[in-house]
Design a protein. Sequence first.
Length: 91
Amino acid sequence: MDVPPTLSARTRPLSTGGDRKTNPADALHIAQVALFPTDLPKVTPEEQSTILRLLTERHNDLVNEQTRIINPPPHRPSRPASRRRPDASVG
């Protein structure tokens, strides 16, 4: 079953210890909601093509990021020194 984040978040303020969000606390809140299912949707496996598409997109993102880090764009000064206007206050 799929426990929506909003539903598990509702149980957080009811617990002792305040509303601090931690992985163990989240697991507990999700389990508490799952104990009393009220028309929770069933989890269905993803299609093979969807999984491959997501993996390919992630791979492309990583390759692009690696390329950006290895080959940063060249630094361009905002205005070359030879074209700077002389300082009006000098003189």
